[in-house]
Design a binder for this molecule. Sequence first.
Ligand code: PHE
Length: 333
Amino acid sequence: MKEKEILLDQIANSLSLDEIEQTRLDIFGKKGVLSAQFATLAKLPADEKKSFAASVNETRDILQNAFDTKYASLKSDALDIQLKSEAIDLSLYENIATRGALHPVNETMNKIIEYFVSLDFSVEKGPMVEDDFHNFEALNLPKHHPARDMQDTFYFGDGSLLRTHTSPVQIRKMLSAKPPIRMIAPGAVFRRDYDITHTPMFHQVEGLVVQGKGEVSFANLKSIMSEFLGYMFGDIEVRFRPSFFPFTEPSAEVDISCIFCKGDGCRVCSHTGWLEVLGCGIVDSNVFKAVEYENVSGYAFGLGVERFAMLLHKIPDLRSLFDGDIRLLEQFR
Ligand code: PHE
């Protein structure tokens, strides 16, 4: 068979598994060269068959041998390439045991709690699923009171709700204890709000001090708030602005001089030089009535922990605190 040399060349020149497969079909396939030879054999006269068959068989064995050798070598090359491409570089060093850190909200919360605990405040807790009485009614926010609109509440169908502030913990504490009271209530609160300075869940720290009639004044409140803000923010100025909360009278919002521009005016403080950081006031007599306290006086305050954390760490978007992005969190190690 004169094609033999050509076919051996084709085998030798097959450079990939795809090419050798094509060669296999060309030679050994149903429509391949050898099939054609055997078809020819069938048509030969009987006396020529024997020698023709011997020659075809011999050629087939030679081709098969050459094919097997070539196939094995291509197969092993391919395996080498695959093993190389899948190899794991054991020399690549990764430090798996990294040190964790407190989330900036927890860290700020702890700092606030430590301050008030050092001044003998107790730390109180209350449920996040509240009822109308504790979240609103007892805080001098009767139904249809316009101030309820200030807080976009998440309601459950059965009339319960997610607390919109930590103030209901004041009510729970006063209903379960006798004055004097000196407490803070840190915890998560919920409002239907979502933008660069609001998330639907955030944290507050509430404060409440109740003593005998005439024993607690606005001056006490002013002094403790000023000291506290100095402890948190360092060398800043503090100012009290008259404000309104249904559960305190009189009420104030407290500003600090802008920690970014030192009061000159910048984007963060809307060019006012001041940053609002908390609300407070003298406990309204209607609140004491709701918990049946008599002959007492008190002050209360409430602050947003995320706001403090944002200012302390110069975090521009409050929502990023809750994305769980390791690249943000790593900056606080
Ligand atoms: N509960 C108020 C709020 O969420 C804050 C506050 C608490 C104000 C206590 C005064 C006294 O906005």
